[in-house]
Design a protein around this ligand. Structure first.
Ligand SMILES: Nc1nc2c(c(=O)[nH]1)N[C@@H](CNc1ccc(C(=O)N[C@@H](CCC(=O)N[C@@H](CCC(=O)N[C@@H](CCC(=O)O)C(=O)O)C(=O)O)C(=O)O)cc1)CN2
Ligand code: MET
Ligand SMILES: [Zn+2]
Length: 757
């Protein structure tokens, strides 16, 4: 029996890597200093694994930005626009690809499966040449070896997953035609790393998706070729995660691999088929890498013993592991000093999950760990019995939900008439998505308040001053529908989590979202309730400062669900409905306070989509209902907006229409409005604001460029239905580029108004 993990968090326990990279970008530290920080984090992770007595020491899970981008570098898949003749260091090219430069647009970024992690999308071109650059993984292997570590297990993203996740940039070019040259480079790479290790972990998470037969065939072909060239002392551990591989079972059974990792948390069904994989080593993903609850060790031990005997598996060929990489959970629970001891005793972060693996192995090897197991059982029982989890009248509230509560009073058409007469907006109304730059001053204000160095009154005064400023700036820009700028929010999910009952939040529970950006997902441990209004004071204050409508700004139930760690003792749907009821109350309060436009963001709606297509409609029916429950309690005159980003809508457009938001703003600029085709084909009934510039880049779009995009949008959206806005919130931007971009945006809208009036 062996233990190992599929990967560890790499941002550093105190976000050292984030801070170092951002300092490097600003020119405040040198490349050597940055690399030293990277090395320190890798060393910490090596020693952690040693402390846990893991049998395989994972190497290569570190990254300065993203593991998919790392693979692009390794394969030499660097788009031409970044291959400049200047003497840029490799590191600078790497960061340029991720973030763009004034001359070269950044590579696209999108969701990593159904997580809140984002990867950099590989770009594929006709006739593309690849060439091996194995520096990263070799450096990391050497480093580990030189520090005295043995049984190293390097990790690579697999060739099929890599190709699948990338996008062809040339029309009518089949990216899969690149499989052979890519496999050749992988083989070169594997031969290079071969001397450092026995096992090599190759991640092929796409094996949990519904794959076309062509890709299944390519899998077999590719791995046969790899096997043929792999030195005989090496073994391949093929890692899958986030779901079961049962749709591709036959394919996997035909692969010449030595070990197979299965996610037994998300893919429980696979337990029934383990015996079919008897010919390989099996890595059982039994510790949840996607949530923060303590594992029930006694139960897992029973399960494992059961599996071993009923499926007559050879314990010598079993590995125990986490369900997926621990990238998706915070690093160490011990940093949490403010959590109630009871809640804390229910939880387990990355380090504690490693300890759980260690204990499981010791128990299975017959070591006496009874005290620890007893202690574990106590906390599991305490959580099950705890009254902290329940609000007594919640069941009543949920049972009072009726279908009327999912419907606005009138149809969109009728609502629209009433809203138009009240709002009196021009053609092509301009607006922004909610947040304005989160300046160091704003962050500092929140920090001082948190530390108690500002009292409530001082804090509120300061926040109101920030609101004054953004209202003033929006007046000057000439926008039509205003926002208050969200200066009081650390994050659009955490902020609400901190005000709702049933939620707790952490001090240091950082999880990487993309590059150097992290989030602290709040934790839902019990029934949700809204003790008091959450946004009214700020929004009404902002509205009191202008005659333009100010949007009420809320996060929707599905996004709250997807971007929090959720309780695992009731269906996600029930939690979503509880959230929806709480948001519904806030929406009604905003309306009562005379707020005419309310935006309820649902950027995570698409991300929450199950990885298996046959589960989509079940999810979408309750997810859309949760949104409608949150938003339909208002009168016709109140205009409901929603916002989504990072989404492909093609496959779910009819469901988006069912949300029946009066206005939806979406990300569209990166795809040059291509995405709108689907809105046209489907004849999307309500109003749309396709984002006309990419807020992830400091680049300022010209008036011409914006006009062009709007003209493109007008080909598919009737002019009465078109809104003008950026792609997403502006919190990661700085003021100068924000003002310049919005100024151009408003000018473009005004010019079009003239043309189309
Ligand atoms: N939950 C969530 N998921 C999401 C998104 C989102 O907005 N929220 N958007 C997409 C991803 N985009 C993202 C965009 C930006 C950031 C981001 O800016 N994160 C910040 C942290 C935001 C935060 O919580 N800030 C807190 C705490 C900030 C902090 O680091 N404080 C320092 C000190 C403060 C200082 O002196 O600056 C400390 O505590 O040590 C605050 O501002 O109050 C960061 O990594 O830098 C994250 C994700 C998709 N998923
Ligand atoms: C990730 S979606 C962000 C929406 C939010 N209202 C903002 O503007 O920041
Ligand atoms: Zn957004």
């Amino acid at each position: 029996m062996y233990t190992h993990v599929l990967g560890l968090p790499r941002i550093g326990a105190q976000r050292e890597l984030k801070k170092a990279i951002e300092a490097y970008w600003k020119g405040n530290i040198s490349l050597e200093q940055l690399e030293q920080t990277g090395k320190n984090i890798r060393q910490q992770n090596l020693y952690l694994q040693k402390e846990m007595n893991f049998d395989f020491i994972t190497v290569g899970d570190f990254s300065y930005y993203d593991q998919v981008l790392d693979m692009s570098m390794t394969l030499g898949a660097i788009p031409k626009r970044f291959q400049t003749s200047s003497t840029k260091s490799e590191m600078d090219t790497y960061f340029a690809m991720a973030r763009g430069t004034q001359n070269a647009k950044a590579m696209e970024m999108t969701k990593w499966f159904d997580t809140n992690y984002h990867y950099i999308v590989p770009e594929f071109y006709k006739g593309q040449q690849f060439s091996l650059n194995s520096n990263k993984i070799i450096v990391e292997l050497k480093e580990a070896k030189n520090s005295g570590f043995a049984n190293l297990k390097p990790i690579l993203i697999g060739p099929l997953t890599y190709l699948y996740l990338g996008k062809s940039q040339d029309k009518n070019f089949d990216k899969w035609s690149l499989i052979d040259p890519i496999i050749d480079i992988y083989i070169e790479l594997l031969i290079k790393i071969s001397p450092y290790c026995e096992w090599i972990q190759i991640d092929e998470p796409i094996l949990v998706l519904n794959l076309p037969s062509k890709i299944k065939e390519l899998f077999i072909k590719a791995y046969k070729k790899i096997k043929k060239h792999l030195p005989s002392n090496n073994k391949i551990l093929l890692a899958t995660y986030f779901e079961d591989i049962l749709d591709n079972k036959d394919t996997v059974l035909s692969l010449p691999i030595d070990g197979l990792h299965l996610d037994l948390i998300r893919g429980k069904k696979q337990l029934n088929y383990l015996h079919e994989f008897k010919n390989t080593f099996l890595s059982l993903g039994i510790i949840n890498g996607r949530n923060i609850w303590k594992a029930n060790l006694n139960k897992i031990l029973d399960d494992i013993k059961n599996i071993l005997s009923s499926k007559s598996l050879d314990i010598e060929r079993i590995m125990l592991s986490t369900s997926c990489s621990l990238l998706h959970v915070p690093i160490d629970l011990e940093y949490e000093k403010k959590l109630s001891l009871e809640l804390k005793s229910w939880m387990s972060f990355a380090k504690q999950k490693c300890e759980e693996l260690k204990i499981l192995k010791q128990a299975l090897e017959g070591k006496d760990v009874s005290k620890i197991l007893e202690e574990n059982q106590k906390t599991i029982d305490s959580r099950q019995k705890s009254t902290l989890r329940t609000i007594t009248n919640i069941q009543d509230k949920l049972s009072q939900i009726n279908t009327k509560m999912f419907q606005r009073q009138s149809s969109y058409k009728e609502r629209n008439k009433k809203q138009r007469s009240i709002l009196n907006l021009p053609l092509f109304p301009t607006t922004t998505i909610g947040s304005f730059p989160q300046t160091p001053e704003i962050r500092k204000t929140r920090l001082l308040y948190k530390k108690g160095e500002l009292n409530e009154q001082e804090y509120k005064q300061k926040i109101k001053k920030f609101i004054d400023e953004v209202i003033q700036r929006q007046e000057e820009l000439g926008l039509d529908v205003f926002v208050h700028g969200e200066p009081e929010r650390n994050d659009m999910v955490e902020y609400f989590g901190q005000q709702l009952k049933g939620y707790c939040s952490t001090e240091n529970g950082w999880v990487q979202s993309y590059g150097t950006r992290c989030v602290k997902p709040p934790i839902i441990y019990g029934d949700i309730e809204r003790p008091s209004p959450m946004t009214i004071e700020w929004i009404t204050y902002a509205q009191s400062k202008t005659t333009k409508p100010v949007k009420g700004m809320l996060t929707g139930p599905i996004t709250m669900l997807c971007w929090s760690f959720v309780r695992d003792d009731q269906p996600r749907k029930d939690t979503a409905f509880q959230l929806a009821l709480a948001i519904r109350e806030e929406v009604k309060d905003l309306e009562k306070a005379n707020i005419k436009v309310i935006q309820i963001d649902e950027p995570a709606l698409r991300e929450g989509l199950p990885l298996k297509q046959n589960k989509w409609s079940e999810y979408l029916s309750w997810a859309i209902n949760a949104f409608k429950l949150a938003t339909s309690g208002v009168k016709d005159e109140t205009q409901i907006h929603t916002h989504m980003c990072y989404s492909d809508f093609e496959d779910i457009i009819e469901w988006i229409a069912k949300m029946d938001a009066d206005v939806i703003s979406i990300e569209a600029s990166r795809s040059k409005m291509e995405l709108l085709e689907v809105f046209k084909e489907f004849n999307y009934p309500n109003e749309i604001g396709p984002g006309i510039y990419d807020i992830h880049s400091p680049r300022v779009p010209s008036i011409e460029e914006i006009k062009e995009l709007l003209e493109l949008a007008l080909k598919v959206i009737p002019k009465e239905k078109l809104w003008v806005n950026p792609d997403c919130g502006l919190k990661t931007r700085e003021w100068p580029e924000t003002l310049a971009s919005l100024k151009n945006m408003v000018s473009a809208a005004k010019m079009l108004r003239e043309k189309y009036k």
